[in-house]
Write a protein that binds this ligand. Structure first.
Ligand code: BES
Ligand code: MN
Ligand code: ZN
Length: 497
């Protein structure tokens, strides 16, 4: 399926009415009742043009004014194309309300060949969010053999083409990540992911290196998990971005290393997941790796003055005769030994190798991992906020800010030193699954485990188990992969340059 298109149009009436439909915003307040908001002058000219009183029409339906509520008002057709006005609730007019309103319109028009002039936002921050969410709301993914290939076009009233171009870049990057997450695991294995990354890297002039087989001897965690699936085995996909202009030498630019969990399917391994239907969601267990690849496609277009290296840690956690056993001891990149307790805690094993490799070879100024790591993160924060762990409070503040403004929101969680004891092993440097009975806090202990592989780097761990996937069409998310992390990382990284 193609993605919805964005373009910018002027606020001239002729331009606006030449689309198939027009979208305007409204709010409801206690004192003043209904009110139209957005590009007010343009809306007034539209009302005049069609000889319609939109407030009158809205009042008839008595909507609550919730963000994303949509009324469809037919207008007399003149010698123009537009024959209806979508009147959309904008809630409290916050950027988040704009996202919900835009996504709701996107969802309504999903799969339709329709052109809509959109007058809802006026501030650049809102226009940008609105534009991106329109595309995200209309997103769909299908393998139906009779799938239609239409998608809407949103003509956003906006003076700056740049805002719309950037929104297109970001929306497409999120959609790309979603496509990878949606792909079923009989198609998507570590080799397939490497081929996708190669294709994407080539289009965007990113450099790519894929490590497999013997090249992974030192990656004990990645091998222990990935060798459960006979062929194709695990992969580490390294994709790098560097700005085209050579104004500064590469060494002078800040270097961000992103490490993504790339489990193409998580059965739990020998410690099989129960109940079995919890496995249904586990084709999404590579969402972290998809998010960092998606981010790089956006950066390649936006060209910030930063160097970024993505390490996609790809493996399938299968149940098979070559699967690792609970009680195995493995040796990670860099030599740390780990006693495997529960083979379903596979994510931290593949990430540990990536973090240790990054520390040893890539000299990162910022080391960030992103992973669908623990069900516990979902229990704590639900599906709208990801759990963020870092000891660096200023970095946490930067990321929280980027999360709020981009829509991929994160919450700073504590690395509780008291729980470190849970990771003690009698026979290895570390025990990989904390004793639940004693400490609980599964998302915290997973983060504490990872911290052992980050040396003294400025490190952030993002647990996106709750946010990477949606079980329903809701808000900005279509059922399935959300692409969480692309907007957050793109926003934060571009803010560094
Ligand atoms: N991929 C799962 C975490 C997950 C669960 C992501 C639900 C999305 C939705 C991860 O590999 C896992 O199985 N974690 C275990 C860890 C436990 C065995 C310590 C968990 O959270 O139960
Ligand atoms: Mn697991
Ligand atoms: Zn997993």
């Amino acid at each position: 399926m193609p993605y919805a298109q964005l373009s910018s149009i002027s606020s001239r009436v002729e331009d606006i009415v030449s689309a198939d439909a027009i979208a305007v915003g409204f709010v409801k307040s206690e004192e003043d009742g209904y009110e139209l908001v957005g590009a007010i002058d343009a809306i007034a000219s539209i009302e005049k043009f069609f000889d319609v009183d939109l407030i009158d029409e809205i009042s008839f339906f008595q909507p609550a004014g919730k963000p994303g509520e949509i009324l469809e008002i037919p207008v007399s057709q003149k010698a123009t194309k537009a024959d209806r006005v979508f009147v959309i609730g904008l809630g409290d007019q916050s950027t988040q309300s704009h996202r919900l309103a835009a996504a709701s319109l996107g969802r309504k028009l999903r799969g339709k060949k329709i052109n809509v002039s959109n007058l809802l936002a006026t501030q650049s921050q809102d226009i940008r969010a609105h534009a991106i969410s329109s595309v995200l709301g209309s997103y769909t993914w299908t393998l139906k053999s009779d799938a239609k290939t239409y998608q809407p076009t949103f003509n956003i009233v906006c003076k700056s083409e740049k805002i719309i171009d950037e929104a297109t870049v970001i929306a497409n990057a999120v959609c790309r990540a979603r496509d990878l997450v949606h792909t079923p695991s009989n198609i998507k294995n570590p080799l397939w992911m490497a081929q996708q990354a190669q294709k994407i890297a080539k289009e965007g002039k990113l450099t790519i290196k894929v490590l497999a087989g013997k090249e992974l001897v030192q990656f004990g965690g990645l091998r222990a998990v990935g060798n459960s699936s006979p062929k194709p085995g695990p992969r580490m996909i390294q994709v790098s971005y560097q700005p085209k202009s050579k104004k500064k030498s590469a060494k002078a630019l800040p270097h961000v290393v992103l490490v993504g969990k790339g489990i193409t399917f998580d059965t739990g391994g020998v410690s099989l997941k129960r109940p079995y239907d919890t496995m249904m969601a586990m084709k999404s267990d590579m969402a972290g790796s998809a998010a960092i690849l998606g981010t790089l496609t956006a950066l390649e277009e936006l060209q910030p003055n930063v160097r970024v290296t993505a390490l996609m840690m790809m493996a399938e956690n299968a149940i098979s005769a070559t699967a690792q056993r609970p009680s195995d001891v493995i040796k990670h990149y860099g030599g740390t030994t780990v006693e495997v307790i529960n083979t379903d805690a596979e994510g931290r094993l593949v990430l540990a190798d990536g973090l240790a490799y990054a520390d040893a070879h890539l000299d990162p100024d910022y080391l960030i991992d992103i992973a669908t790591l623990t069900g516990a993160a979902t229990l704590g924060l639900g599906r709208q906020y990801a759990a963020m762990y870092t000891r660096d409070n200023s970095l946490a503040a930067q990321l929280s800010k980027a999360g709020d403004s981009s829509g991929d929101r994160v919450w700073h969680m504590p690395l509780v030193d008291d729980y470190k004891e849970a990771l003690r092993s009698d026979i290895a440097d570390l025990n990989h699954t904390a004793d639940k009975g004693k400490f609980s806090a599964g998302s915290v202990t997973a983060a504490l485990f990872l911290e052992n592989f980050t040396s003294t780097r400025r490190w952030v761990h993002l647990d996106i188990a709750g946010t990477a996937r949606s079980e329903v069409d809701a808000g900005e998310n279509s059922k399935g992969g959300t692409g969480f992390g692309v907007r957050l990382l793109t926003e934060w990284i571009t803010s560094l340059s």
